[in-house]
Write a protein that binds this ligand. Structure first.
Ligand code: ADP
Ligand code: MG
Length: 596
Protein backbone atom coordinates (compact mmCIF):
# COMPACT_ATOMS: atom_id res chain seq x y z
CA UNK A 1 0.00 0.00 0.00
CA UNK A 2 1.19 3.51 -0.79
CA UNK A 3 0.73 6.64 1.27
CA UNK A 4 -1.10 8.10 -1.68
CA UNK A 5 -4.35 9.84 -0.75
CA UNK A 6 -7.19 10.03 -3.25
CA UNK A 7 -9.72 12.86 -3.42
CA UNK A 8 -13.39 11.94 -3.79
CA UNK A 9 -16.46 13.98 -4.71
CA UNK A 10 -19.26 11.80 -3.31
CA UNK A 11 -22.12 13.62 -5.01
CA UNK A 12 -25.86 13.18 -4.76
CA UNK A 13 -26.10 12.38 -8.45
CA UNK A 14 -22.55 11.81 -9.59
CA UNK A 15 -19.25 10.95 -8.00
CA UNK A 16 -15.63 11.19 -9.14
CA UNK A 17 -12.17 10.37 -7.88
CA UNK A 18 -8.86 12.14 -8.42
CA UNK A 19 -5.25 12.16 -7.33
CA UNK A 20 -2.16 14.32 -7.69
CA UNK A 21 0.25 12.73 -10.11
CA UNK A 22 3.64 14.26 -10.98
CA UNK A 23 2.53 17.46 -9.31
CA UNK A 24 -0.76 17.78 -11.21
CA UNK A 25 -4.28 16.98 -10.02
CA UNK A 26 -6.14 14.63 -12.38
CA UNK A 27 -9.39 12.72 -12.33
CA UNK A 28 -9.21 8.96 -12.80
CA UNK A 29 -11.36 7.41 -15.53
CA UNK A 30 -12.89 3.96 -15.44
CA UNK A 31 -12.43 1.21 -18.07
CA UNK A 32 -14.86 3.02 -20.39
CA UNK A 33 -12.88 6.24 -20.11
CA UNK A 34 -15.58 7.91 -17.96
CA UNK A 35 -14.36 10.27 -15.26
CA UNK A 36 -17.79 10.55 -13.67
CA UNK A 37 -19.65 7.67 -11.99
CA UNK A 38 -23.37 8.04 -11.31
CA UNK A 39 -24.01 7.69 -7.56
CA UNK A 40 -26.37 4.81 -8.23
CA UNK A 41 -26.45 1.38 -6.62
CA UNK A 42 -28.45 -1.65 -7.77
CA UNK A 43 -29.08 -4.16 -5.01
CA UNK A 44 -30.23 -7.41 -6.58
CA UNK A 45 -32.69 -9.63 -4.80
CA UNK A 46 -30.14 -12.45 -4.72
CA UNK A 47 -27.41 -10.23 -3.27
CA UNK A 48 -25.87 -8.95 -6.50
CA UNK A 49 -24.56 -5.38 -6.63
CA UNK A 50 -23.96 -3.02 -9.54
CA UNK A 51 -22.70 0.55 -9.37
CA UNK A 52 -22.92 3.60 -11.60
CA UNK A 53 -23.99 3.28 -15.23
CA UNK A 54 -24.45 -0.50 -14.85
CA UNK A 55 -26.88 0.13 -12.01
CA UNK A 56 -28.69 2.87 -13.96
CA UNK A 57 -29.36 0.47 -16.82
CA UNK A 58 -31.43 -1.68 -14.51
CA UNK A 59 -33.63 1.22 -13.45
CA UNK A 60 -36.43 0.70 -15.96
CA UNK A 61 -36.52 -3.06 -15.33
CA UNK A 62 -36.30 -2.99 -11.53
CA UNK A 63 -36.92 0.59 -10.41
CA UNK A 64 -37.48 -0.51 -6.82
CA UNK A 65 -34.02 -2.03 -6.49
CA UNK A 66 -32.01 0.82 -7.94
CA UNK A 67 -30.99 3.35 -5.31
CA UNK A 68 -30.32 6.94 -6.41
CA UNK A 69 -29.51 10.04 -4.33
CA UNK A 70 -28.51 8.01 -1.27
CA UNK A 71 -26.68 11.14 -0.09
CA UNK A 72 -30.06 12.58 0.88
CA UNK A 73 -30.38 9.93 3.58
CA UNK A 74 -26.84 10.17 4.98
CA UNK A 75 -26.87 10.83 8.71
CA UNK A 76 -30.67 11.20 8.74
CA UNK A 77 -33.01 9.79 11.36
CA UNK A 78 -36.17 8.04 10.17
CA UNK A 79 -38.38 10.86 11.44
CA UNK A 80 -36.50 13.45 9.37
CA UNK A 81 -35.95 11.36 6.23
CA UNK A 82 -37.00 13.01 2.97
CA UNK A 83 -39.06 11.44 0.18
CA UNK A 84 -37.01 8.71 -1.38
CA UNK A 85 -36.83 6.63 -4.54
CA UNK A 86 -37.29 3.35 -2.64
CA UNK A 87 -39.22 2.36 0.48
CA UNK A 88 -37.36 3.24 3.67
CA UNK A 89 -37.80 1.56 7.03
CA UNK A 90 -36.81 2.66 10.53
CA UNK A 91 -34.00 0.82 12.28
CA UNK A 92 -33.98 -0.03 15.98
CA UNK A 93 -31.76 2.99 16.65
CA UNK A 94 -34.08 5.44 14.86
CA UNK A 95 -31.99 5.42 11.68
CA UNK A 96 -33.16 4.39 8.23
CA UNK A 97 -32.69 1.32 6.13
CA UNK A 98 -33.23 0.88 2.43
CA UNK A 99 -33.64 -2.67 1.10
CA UNK A 100 -32.16 -3.90 4.37
CA UNK A 101 -29.05 -1.69 4.24
CA UNK A 102 -28.02 1.53 5.91
CA UNK A 103 -27.30 4.66 3.80
CA UNK A 104 -23.65 4.37 4.88
CA UNK A 105 -23.46 0.84 3.52
CA UNK A 106 -25.01 1.89 0.23
CA UNK A 107 -22.69 4.91 -0.08
CA UNK A 108 -19.74 2.69 0.74
CA UNK A 109 -20.55 0.65 -2.37
CA UNK A 110 -20.05 3.79 -4.46
CA UNK A 111 -16.82 4.56 -2.61
CA UNK A 112 -15.58 0.99 -3.14
CA UNK A 113 -16.14 1.43 -6.86
CA UNK A 114 -14.19 4.73 -6.90
CA UNK A 115 -11.42 3.10 -4.87
CA UNK A 116 -11.38 0.21 -7.33
CA UNK A 117 -11.09 2.62 -10.30
CA UNK A 118 -8.21 4.45 -8.60
CA UNK A 119 -6.38 1.25 -7.70
CA UNK A 120 -6.82 -0.07 -11.20
CA UNK A 121 -5.57 3.17 -12.80
CA UNK A 122 -2.69 3.68 -10.40
CA UNK A 123 -1.87 -0.01 -10.02
CA UNK A 124 -1.51 0.19 -6.27
CA UNK A 125 -3.58 -0.39 -3.15
CA UNK A 126 -5.16 2.80 -1.79
CA UNK A 127 -5.95 3.24 1.89
CA UNK A 128 -6.69 6.93 2.41
CA UNK A 129 -9.08 9.49 1.03
CA UNK A 130 -10.30 13.06 1.27
CA UNK A 131 -14.10 13.14 0.79
CA UNK A 132 -16.16 16.27 0.14
CA UNK A 133 -19.55 17.20 1.62
CA UNK A 134 -21.84 20.24 1.19
CA UNK A 135 -20.79 23.11 3.44
CA UNK A 136 -23.98 22.91 5.48
CA UNK A 137 -23.84 19.17 6.22
CA UNK A 138 -24.26 18.77 9.97
CA UNK A 139 -22.10 16.62 12.24
CA UNK A 140 -24.25 13.53 11.82
CA UNK A 141 -24.10 13.80 8.03
CA UNK A 142 -20.33 14.31 8.08
CA UNK A 143 -19.86 11.40 10.49
CA UNK A 144 -22.00 9.16 8.27
CA UNK A 145 -19.88 10.10 5.25
CA UNK A 146 -16.71 9.26 7.15
CA UNK A 147 -18.21 5.96 8.25
CA UNK A 148 -19.12 5.12 4.64
CA UNK A 149 -15.46 5.65 3.74
CA UNK A 150 -14.34 3.30 6.48
CA UNK A 151 -16.82 0.65 5.32
CA UNK A 152 -15.19 0.93 1.90
CA UNK A 153 -11.77 0.31 3.44
CA UNK A 154 -10.67 3.93 3.28
CA UNK A 155 -9.27 5.98 6.12
CA UNK A 156 -10.96 9.35 5.64
CA UNK A 157 -8.16 11.79 6.44
CA UNK A 158 -10.27 14.86 5.77
CA UNK A 159 -13.91 15.76 5.23
CA UNK A 160 -13.64 18.81 2.98
CA UNK A 161 -16.34 21.35 2.21
CA UNK A 162 -17.36 21.27 -1.44
CA UNK A 163 -17.04 25.05 -2.08
CA UNK A 164 -13.53 25.03 -0.67
CA UNK A 165 -12.65 22.13 -2.98
CA UNK A 166 -14.14 24.01 -5.93
CA UNK A 167 -12.13 27.12 -5.12
CA UNK A 168 -8.94 25.03 -4.96
CA UNK A 169 -9.73 23.53 -8.36
CA UNK A 170 -10.19 26.95 -9.91
CA UNK A 171 -6.80 27.96 -8.53
CA UNK A 172 -8.37 30.79 -6.61
CA UNK A 173 -5.70 30.40 -3.94
CA UNK A 174 -3.51 32.32 -6.39
CA UNK A 175 -5.69 35.42 -6.22
CA UNK A 176 -4.44 38.49 -4.41
CA UNK A 177 -4.93 39.06 -0.72
CA UNK A 178 -8.47 39.90 0.37
CA UNK A 179 -9.94 38.74 -2.93
CA UNK A 180 -13.43 37.38 -2.51
CA UNK A 181 -15.13 34.72 -4.55
CA UNK A 182 -18.60 33.25 -4.67
CA UNK A 183 -18.97 29.53 -5.41
CA UNK A 184 -22.38 28.75 -6.93
CA UNK A 185 -22.92 24.98 -6.84
CA UNK A 186 -26.05 23.68 -8.56
CA UNK A 187 -25.86 19.90 -8.87
CA UNK A 188 -28.37 17.11 -9.26
CA UNK A 189 -29.74 17.18 -5.74
CA UNK A 190 -28.23 20.05 -3.77
CA UNK A 191 -27.66 23.75 -4.15
CA UNK A 192 -25.36 26.03 -2.24
CA UNK A 193 -23.72 29.40 -2.53
CA UNK A 194 -20.60 30.06 -0.51
CA UNK A 195 -18.52 33.17 -0.21
CA UNK A 196 -14.83 32.74 0.45
CA UNK A 197 -12.12 35.28 1.10
CA UNK A 198 -8.38 34.95 0.53
CA UNK A 199 -6.37 35.76 3.60
CA UNK A 200 -2.68 35.01 3.55
CA UNK A 201 -3.09 32.49 0.77
CA UNK A 202 -5.81 30.62 2.62
CA UNK A 203 -9.58 30.53 2.16
CA UNK A 204 -11.81 31.91 4.83
CA UNK A 205 -15.50 31.12 4.48
CA UNK A 206 -17.47 34.31 5.00
CA UNK A 207 -20.93 32.85 4.47
CA UNK A 208 -22.76 29.89 3.01
CA UNK A 209 -26.39 29.30 2.18
CA UNK A 210 -28.18 26.47 0.45
CA UNK A 211 -30.80 23.78 0.22
CA UNK A 212 -30.20 20.03 0.35
CA UNK A 213 -33.39 19.53 -1.66
CA UNK A 214 -32.83 21.66 -4.72
CA UNK A 215 -31.15 20.44 -7.89
CA UNK A 216 -31.27 19.27 -11.48
CA UNK A 217 -33.55 16.39 -10.49
CA UNK A 218 -36.25 19.00 -9.86
CA UNK A 219 -35.82 20.31 -13.40
CA UNK A 220 -36.27 16.78 -14.81
CA UNK A 221 -39.42 16.23 -12.75
CA UNK A 222 -40.83 19.59 -13.76
CA UNK A 223 -40.24 18.81 -17.42
CA UNK A 224 -41.97 15.42 -17.10
CA UNK A 225 -44.93 17.09 -15.37
CA UNK A 226 -45.16 19.66 -18.14
CA UNK A 227 -45.02 17.05 -20.90
CA UNK A 228 -47.57 14.85 -19.10
CA UNK A 229 -49.93 17.78 -18.59
CA UNK A 230 -49.72 18.81 -22.23
CA UNK A 231 -50.31 15.25 -23.44
CA UNK A 232 -53.05 14.74 -20.85
CA UNK A 233 -51.25 11.78 -19.29
CA UNK A 234 -51.93 10.88 -15.65
CA UNK A 235 -48.56 10.54 -13.94
CA UNK A 236 -50.03 9.27 -10.70
CA UNK A 237 -51.62 6.30 -12.42
CA UNK A 238 -48.38 5.34 -14.12
CA UNK A 239 -46.10 2.44 -13.18
CA UNK A 240 -42.73 3.25 -11.60
CA UNK A 241 -40.78 1.99 -14.58
CA UNK A 242 -42.86 4.07 -17.00
CA UNK A 243 -42.19 7.16 -14.87
CA UNK A 244 -38.45 6.38 -14.77
CA UNK A 245 -38.44 6.19 -18.59
CA UNK A 246 -40.00 9.65 -18.80
CA UNK A 247 -37.59 11.12 -16.25
CA UNK A 248 -34.59 9.70 -18.10
CA UNK A 249 -35.88 11.18 -21.32
CA UNK A 250 -36.51 14.50 -19.60
CA UNK A 251 -32.90 14.59 -18.40
CA UNK A 252 -31.66 13.87 -21.91
CA UNK A 253 -33.83 16.65 -23.34
CA UNK A 254 -32.76 19.04 -20.60
CA UNK A 255 -29.08 18.46 -21.40
CA UNK A 256 -29.75 18.95 -25.11
CA UNK A 257 -31.50 22.23 -24.43
CA UNK A 258 -28.30 23.51 -22.82
CA UNK A 259 -26.80 23.67 -26.30
CA UNK A 260 -29.81 23.56 -28.69
CA UNK A 261 -32.76 25.90 -29.13
CA UNK A 262 -35.21 23.03 -29.30
CA UNK A 263 -35.30 19.30 -28.71
CA UNK A 264 -37.75 16.50 -29.17
CA UNK A 265 -39.02 14.63 -26.14
CA UNK A 266 -39.47 11.07 -27.36
CA UNK A 267 -40.70 8.16 -25.24
CA UNK A 268 -41.92 5.34 -27.45
CA UNK A 269 -44.01 2.72 -25.64
CA UNK A 270 -42.93 4.14 -22.32
CA UNK A 271 -45.51 2.02 -20.50
CA UNK A 272 -45.51 -0.86 -22.93
CA UNK A 273 -48.27 0.48 -25.14
CA UNK A 274 -48.43 4.27 -25.20
CA UNK A 275 -45.87 6.65 -26.70
CA UNK A 276 -45.07 10.32 -26.26
CA UNK A 277 -43.44 12.69 -28.70
CA UNK A 278 -43.30 16.42 -28.29
CA UNK A 279 -41.06 19.25 -29.38
CA UNK A 280 -39.80 21.42 -26.54
CA UNK A 281 -38.42 24.90 -27.11
CA UNK A 282 -35.62 26.18 -24.95
CA UNK A 283 -37.60 29.33 -24.13
CA UNK A 284 -40.50 27.19 -22.91
CA UNK A 285 -38.16 25.11 -20.75
CA UNK A 286 -36.52 28.25 -19.39
CA UNK A 287 -39.88 29.65 -18.33
CA UNK A 288 -40.58 26.34 -16.59
CA UNK A 289 -37.35 26.32 -14.58
CA UNK A 290 -37.48 29.99 -13.64
CA UNK A 291 -38.91 29.29 -10.12
CA UNK A 292 -36.00 26.94 -9.34
CA UNK A 293 -33.44 29.43 -10.55
CA UNK A 294 -35.19 32.08 -8.47
CA UNK A 295 -34.83 29.89 -5.40
CA UNK A 296 -31.09 29.62 -5.95
CA UNK A 297 -30.87 33.40 -6.33
CA UNK A 298 -32.66 33.90 -3.03
CA UNK A 299 -29.99 31.81 -1.30
CA UNK A 300 -27.33 33.89 -3.05
CA UNK A 301 -28.82 37.14 -1.80
CA UNK A 302 -29.09 35.71 1.70
CA UNK A 303 -25.45 34.61 1.72
CA UNK A 304 -24.37 38.04 0.46
CA UNK A 305 -26.42 39.72 3.18
CA UNK A 306 -24.92 37.42 5.82
CA UNK A 307 -21.43 38.36 4.70
CA UNK A 308 -22.49 42.03 4.49
CA UNK A 309 -21.21 42.20 0.90
CA UNK A 310 -22.44 43.56 -2.40
CA UNK A 311 -21.62 42.00 -5.79
CA UNK A 312 -19.04 44.74 -6.35
CA UNK A 313 -17.04 43.31 -3.42
CA UNK A 314 -16.51 40.01 -5.28
CA UNK A 315 -13.49 39.30 -7.46
CA UNK A 316 -14.77 36.13 -9.10
CA UNK A 317 -17.79 33.86 -9.43
CA UNK A 318 -17.29 30.20 -10.12
CA UNK A 319 -19.96 27.77 -11.20
CA UNK A 320 -19.89 24.14 -10.18
CA UNK A 321 -22.40 21.33 -10.51
CA UNK A 322 -23.82 19.94 -13.75
CA UNK A 323 -26.94 22.11 -13.60
CA UNK A 324 -24.83 25.24 -14.11
CA UNK A 325 -24.46 24.09 -17.72
CA UNK A 326 -28.00 25.40 -18.27
CA UNK A 327 -27.56 28.75 -20.09
CA UNK A 328 -30.46 30.37 -18.21
CA UNK A 329 -28.72 29.52 -14.93
CA UNK A 330 -25.46 31.11 -16.09
CA UNK A 331 -27.30 34.16 -17.29
CA UNK A 332 -29.23 34.60 -14.04
CA UNK A 333 -26.05 34.25 -11.98
CA UNK A 334 -24.17 36.70 -14.20
CA UNK A 335 -27.03 39.19 -13.83
CA UNK A 336 -27.31 38.83 -10.09
CA UNK A 337 -23.59 39.29 -9.50
CA UNK A 338 -23.07 41.74 -12.33
CA UNK A 339 -20.14 39.82 -13.81
CA UNK A 340 -19.39 36.83 -15.98
CA UNK A 341 -18.69 33.65 -14.02
CA UNK A 342 -15.36 31.82 -14.30
CA UNK A 343 -15.93 28.84 -16.61
CA UNK A 344 -12.38 27.53 -16.89
CA UNK A 345 -13.13 24.18 -15.23
CA UNK A 346 -15.71 21.53 -16.02
CA UNK A 347 -18.45 22.35 -13.51
CA UNK A 348 -19.11 18.69 -12.73
CA UNK A 349 -15.43 17.83 -12.19
CA UNK A 350 -14.20 20.78 -10.17
CA UNK A 351 -15.04 19.42 -6.73
CA UNK A 352 -13.28 16.08 -7.25
CA UNK A 353 -10.29 17.97 -8.64
CA UNK A 354 -10.20 20.17 -5.55
CA UNK A 355 -10.47 17.11 -3.30
CA UNK A 356 -7.47 15.66 -5.18
CA UNK A 357 -5.52 18.89 -4.62
CA UNK A 358 -6.29 18.80 -0.90
CA UNK A 359 -5.23 15.13 -0.82
CA UNK A 360 -2.02 16.04 -2.65
CA UNK A 361 -1.25 18.78 -0.16
CA UNK A 362 -1.81 16.35 2.70
CA UNK A 363 0.43 13.58 1.45
CA UNK A 364 3.10 15.95 0.26
CA UNK A 365 2.89 15.14 -3.46
CA UNK A 366 1.84 18.70 -4.20
CA UNK A 367 4.53 21.13 -3.14
CA UNK A 368 4.62 24.81 -3.63
CA UNK A 369 7.05 25.35 -6.47
CA UNK A 370 9.12 28.09 -4.85
CA UNK A 371 9.38 28.08 -1.12
CA UNK A 372 12.91 29.42 -0.79
CA UNK A 373 12.40 33.11 -0.95
CA UNK A 374 8.87 33.62 0.26
CA UNK A 375 7.39 33.52 3.72
CA UNK A 376 5.77 30.09 3.98
CA UNK A 377 3.28 31.29 6.60
CA UNK A 378 1.87 34.63 7.68
CA UNK A 379 3.63 36.63 10.38
CA UNK A 380 1.91 38.96 12.78
CA UNK A 381 1.29 39.91 16.37
CA UNK A 382 -1.49 39.34 18.83
CA UNK A 383 -3.90 42.24 19.26
CA UNK A 384 -6.95 43.01 21.42
CA UNK A 385 -9.29 40.15 22.06
CA UNK A 386 -6.62 37.53 21.28
CA UNK A 387 -6.85 38.07 17.54
CA UNK A 388 -4.05 37.42 15.08
CA UNK A 389 -3.05 40.63 13.29
CA UNK A 390 -1.07 39.77 10.15
CA UNK A 391 1.78 42.13 9.25
CA UNK A 392 3.45 40.03 6.56
CA UNK A 393 1.10 37.68 4.71
CA UNK A 394 2.03 34.18 3.68
CA UNK A 395 3.91 33.92 0.35
CA UNK A 396 5.42 37.42 0.56
CA UNK A 397 8.76 37.59 -1.24
CA UNK A 398 11.74 38.34 1.00
CA UNK A 399 13.49 40.62 1.86
CA UNK A 400 10.47 42.60 3.01
CA UNK A 401 9.21 44.84 5.76
CA UNK A 402 5.80 45.91 7.00
CA UNK A 403 4.52 47.87 9.94
CA UNK A 404 1.45 49.01 11.73
CA UNK A 405 0.51 51.36 14.55
CA UNK A 406 -0.90 49.96 17.76
CA UNK A 407 -2.34 51.61 20.83
CA UNK A 408 -2.98 50.93 24.52
CA UNK A 409 -6.06 48.97 25.56
CA UNK A 410 -6.30 50.56 29.02
CA UNK A 411 -5.73 54.02 30.50
CA UNK A 412 -2.39 54.52 32.24
CA UNK A 413 -0.93 51.34 30.75
CA UNK A 414 2.87 51.60 30.69
CA UNK A 415 3.89 48.67 28.57
CA UNK A 416 2.68 46.27 25.98
CA UNK A 417 3.72 42.68 25.35
CA UNK A 418 4.48 42.02 21.70
CA UNK A 419 3.86 38.40 20.83
CA UNK A 420 5.30 37.50 17.44
CA UNK A 421 3.13 34.90 15.75
CA UNK A 422 3.31 32.69 12.71
CA UNK A 423 0.35 30.91 11.12
CA UNK A 424 -2.92 31.19 9.27
CA UNK A 425 -5.48 30.97 12.05
CA UNK A 426 -7.70 33.85 13.11
CA UNK A 427 -7.09 33.51 16.84
CA UNK A 428 -3.60 34.15 18.20
CA UNK A 429 -3.70 31.04 20.40
CA UNK A 430 -4.00 28.74 17.36
CA UNK A 431 -0.82 30.08 15.73
CA UNK A 432 2.79 29.46 16.67
CA UNK A 433 4.59 31.95 18.89
CA UNK A 434 8.07 32.73 17.58
CA UNK A 435 8.97 34.97 20.51
CA UNK A 436 7.71 37.79 22.70
CA UNK A 437 9.00 40.91 24.42
CA UNK A 438 7.81 43.88 26.38
CA UNK A 439 7.82 47.43 25.09
CA UNK A 440 7.35 50.37 27.45
CA UNK A 441 5.70 53.72 26.70
CA UNK A 442 4.49 56.87 28.46
CA UNK A 443 1.23 56.27 30.37
CA UNK A 444 -1.69 57.94 28.55
CA UNK A 445 -5.48 57.69 28.29
CA UNK A 446 -6.91 54.60 26.60
CA UNK A 447 -6.22 54.59 22.89
CA UNK A 448 -3.82 57.55 23.09
CA UNK A 449 -0.44 55.81 23.22
CA UNK A 450 1.16 55.24 19.81
CA UNK A 451 3.39 52.24 19.36
CA UNK A 452 4.67 51.46 15.92
CA UNK A 453 5.61 47.84 15.26
CA UNK A 454 7.65 46.93 12.23
CA UNK A 455 8.65 43.48 10.97
CA UNK A 456 11.70 43.21 8.76
CA UNK A 457 12.91 40.02 7.10
CA UNK A 458 16.37 40.19 5.51
CA UNK A 459 17.62 38.14 2.57
CA UNK A 460 18.77 35.43 4.98
CA UNK A 461 15.30 35.04 6.35
CA UNK A 462 16.15 36.61 9.71
CA UNK A 463 13.17 38.36 11.25
CA UNK A 464 13.76 41.55 13.19
CA UNK A 465 10.96 43.19 15.11
CA UNK A 466 11.14 46.88 15.92
CA UNK A 467 8.80 48.57 18.35
CA UNK A 468 8.80 52.35 18.76
CA UNK A 469 7.04 54.62 21.22
CA UNK A 470 6.10 57.36 18.79
CA UNK A 471 5.83 60.09 21.44
CA UNK A 472 9.35 59.53 22.83
CA UNK A 473 10.90 58.07 19.69
CA UNK A 474 12.46 55.29 21.76
CA UNK A 475 13.01 52.07 19.81
CA UNK A 476 13.32 48.52 20.88
CA UNK A 477 14.67 46.03 18.34
CA UNK A 478 14.46 42.29 18.84
CA UNK A 479 15.82 39.61 16.56
CA UNK A 480 13.64 36.52 16.46
CA UNK A 481 15.73 33.38 16.72
CA UNK A 482 13.05 30.97 15.51
CA UNK A 483 13.12 31.02 11.75
CA UNK A 484 10.35 32.84 10.00
CA UNK A 485 11.22 31.39 6.61
CA UNK A 486 12.83 28.00 6.96
CA UNK A 487 9.82 26.01 8.11
CA UNK A 488 9.32 22.30 7.54
CA UNK A 489 7.03 21.68 4.53
CA UNK A 490 4.86 19.21 6.39
CA UNK A 491 4.30 21.70 9.21
CA UNK A 492 3.34 24.41 6.72
CA UNK A 493 0.91 22.07 5.00
CA UNK A 494 -0.58 21.02 8.30
CA UNK A 495 -1.08 24.66 9.34
CA UNK A 496 -2.65 25.61 6.02
CA UNK A 497 -4.95 22.57 5.96
CA UNK A 498 -5.96 23.24 9.53
CA UNK A 499 -6.89 26.81 8.71
CA UNK A 500 -9.00 25.59 5.80
CA UNK A 501 -10.66 23.03 8.03
CA UNK A 502 -11.43 25.53 10.78
CA UNK A 503 -12.36 28.33 8.40
CA UNK A 504 -16.01 28.45 9.50
CA UNK A 505 -15.37 28.43 13.25
CA UNK A 506 -12.36 30.73 13.03
CA UNK A 507 -14.27 33.26 11.00
CA UNK A 508 -17.21 33.18 13.38
CA UNK A 509 -14.88 33.73 16.34
CA UNK A 510 -13.10 36.63 14.65
CA UNK A 511 -16.39 38.27 13.64
CA UNK A 512 -17.68 37.85 17.18
CA UNK A 513 -14.50 39.14 18.84
CA UNK A 514 -14.28 42.17 16.56
CA UNK A 515 -17.95 42.97 17.06
CA UNK A 516 -17.61 42.46 20.82
CA UNK A 517 -14.67 44.89 21.02
CA UNK A 518 -16.63 47.42 19.01
CA UNK A 519 -19.72 46.89 21.20
CA UNK A 520 -17.71 47.37 24.39
CA UNK A 521 -16.45 50.65 23.04
CA UNK A 522 -19.75 51.79 21.60
CA UNK A 523 -22.13 51.02 24.48
CA UNK A 524 -20.56 53.32 27.12
CA UNK A 525 -19.95 56.03 24.50
CA UNK A 526 -23.62 55.91 23.50
CA UNK A 527 -24.66 56.36 27.16
CA UNK A 528 -22.53 59.49 27.43
CA UNK A 529 -23.84 60.92 24.18
CA UNK A 530 -27.47 60.27 25.11
CA UNK A 531 -26.98 62.04 28.45
CA UNK A 532 -25.98 65.22 26.59
CA UNK A 533 -29.55 65.64 25.35
CA UNK A 534 -28.72 66.24 21.70
CA UNK A 535 -30.79 63.29 20.46
CA UNK A 536 -34.28 63.66 19.02
CA UNK A 537 -36.96 61.42 20.52
CA UNK A 538 -36.95 59.32 17.41
CA UNK A 539 -33.16 58.90 17.56
CA UNK A 540 -33.27 58.07 21.23
CA UNK A 541 -35.83 55.30 20.71
CA UNK A 542 -33.83 53.73 17.89
CA UNK A 543 -30.52 54.07 19.76
CA UNK A 544 -31.95 52.45 22.86
CA UNK A 545 -33.52 49.63 20.86
CA UNK A 546 -30.23 49.10 19.00
CA UNK A 547 -28.28 49.09 22.30
CA UNK A 548 -30.61 46.43 23.67
CA UNK A 549 -30.15 44.37 20.53
CA UNK A 550 -26.36 44.59 20.98
CA UNK A 551 -26.59 43.51 24.64
CA UNK A 552 -28.76 40.52 23.88
CA UNK A 553 -26.59 39.49 20.92
CA UNK A 554 -23.54 39.76 23.21
CA UNK A 555 -25.06 37.36 25.70
CA UNK A 556 -26.26 34.94 23.01
CA UNK A 557 -22.67 34.64 21.77
CA UNK A 558 -23.43 34.26 18.07
CA UNK A 559 -21.30 36.19 15.60
CA UNK A 560 -23.47 37.38 12.72
CA UNK A 561 -26.37 38.75 14.84
CA UNK A 562 -23.87 40.64 17.00
CA UNK A 563 -22.16 42.12 13.96
CA UNK A 564 -25.53 43.20 12.56
CA UNK A 565 -26.63 44.70 15.88
CA UNK A 566 -23.38 46.66 16.24
CA UNK A 567 -23.77 47.98 12.69
CA UNK A 568 -27.32 49.04 13.51
CA UNK A 569 -26.18 50.87 16.63
CA UNK A 570 -23.34 52.50 14.75
CA UNK A 571 -25.79 53.64 12.11
CA UNK A 572 -28.33 54.85 14.68
CA UNK A 573 -25.74 57.16 16.25
CA UNK A 574 -24.27 58.51 13.01
CA UNK A 575 -26.34 61.71 12.83
CA UNK A 576 -25.79 62.38 16.48
CA UNK A 577 -22.04 61.86 16.24
CA UNK A 578 -21.87 64.32 13.35
CA UNK A 579 -23.78 66.95 15.36
CA UNK A 580 -21.44 66.44 18.33
CA UNK A 581 -18.40 67.01 16.16
CA UNK A 582 -20.04 70.09 14.68
CA UNK A 583 -20.83 71.46 18.11
CA UNK A 584 -17.29 70.83 19.34
CA UNK A 585 -15.92 72.70 16.34
CA UNK A 586 -18.24 75.61 16.88
CA UNK A 587 -17.22 75.80 20.52
CA UNK A 588 -13.55 75.70 19.60
CA UNK A 589 -14.12 78.48 17.09
CA UNK A 590 -16.02 80.59 19.64
CA UNK A 591 -13.25 80.07 22.18
CA UNK A 592 -10.66 81.14 19.66
CA UNK A 593 -12.68 84.22 18.70
CA UNK A 594 -13.24 85.10 22.37
CA UNK A 595 -9.54 84.63 23.10
CA UNK A 596 -8.51 86.96 20.29
P1 ADP B 1 -24.18 16.29 -7.85
O1 ADP B 1 -23.18 17.26 -7.34
O2 ADP B 1 -25.55 16.56 -7.32
O3 ADP B 1 -23.79 14.88 -7.68
P2 ADP B 1 -23.51 17.03 -10.61
O4 ADP B 1 -22.73 18.24 -10.29
O5 ADP B 1 -22.83 15.95 -11.32
O6 ADP B 1 -24.32 16.47 -9.41
O7 ADP B 1 -24.77 17.52 -11.47
C1 ADP B 1 -25.71 16.62 -11.91
C2 ADP B 1 -26.86 17.36 -12.50
O8 ADP B 1 -26.40 18.14 -13.59
C3 ADP B 1 -27.93 16.46 -13.03
O9 ADP B 1 -29.20 16.92 -12.65
C4 ADP B 1 -27.74 16.55 -14.52
O10 ADP B 1 -28.94 16.33 -15.22
C5 ADP B 1 -27.27 17.97 -14.65
N1 ADP B 1 -26.57 18.21 -15.91
C6 ADP B 1 -25.43 17.63 -16.34
N2 ADP B 1 -25.09 18.09 -17.55
C7 ADP B 1 -26.05 18.99 -17.90
C8 ADP B 1 -26.27 19.82 -19.04
N3 ADP B 1 -25.44 19.79 -20.10
N4 ADP B 1 -27.35 20.64 -19.04
C9 ADP B 1 -28.20 20.66 -17.99
N5 ADP B 1 -28.04 19.91 -16.89
C10 ADP B 1 -26.98 19.08 -16.85
MG1 MG C 1 -21.76 18.13 -6.49
Amino acid sequence: MTDLIIGIDLGTTNSAVGVVESGFPILLADEDGKRITPSVVWLGEAGGIEIGRNALRRRTLEPGRVITSIKRLMGRRFDEAPDFCAPILPTAGGGVSVLGRSPEEISSEILKELKRIAEWRLDTVIGKAVITVPAYFNDAQRAATKHAGELAGLEVVRILNEPTAAALAYGLDKLAEKSRVAVYDFGGGTFDLSILEMQGGVFQVLATHGDTRLGGDDLDTALVAMVAAKADVDLAAMSDSARVRLIEEAERVKRLLSSEDKAVFRAPFYDGSRSLEMEIERTEFEALLRPWIERTLRHCRQAMADAALTPADLNAIVLVGGSTRVPAVRKAVAELFGREPDLTQHPDEAIALGAAIQAGVMNGSLRQMVLLDVTPLSLGIETFGGLMNVLIPRNTTIPCKAGEMFTNAAAGQQSMRIRVLQGEREMARDNWELGNFEVGFEPLAKGQARVGVQFRIDENGILEVLARDVSTGIDKVVTIRNSAVDVDDAAVEAMVSESVEHAFDDMAERIFTEARLKAEELLPAVEVVLSQGLASDEERVEIEAASDAVRSALSSGSANPLKAAVQRLDHATEGLAARLVERAMEEALERRLAGD
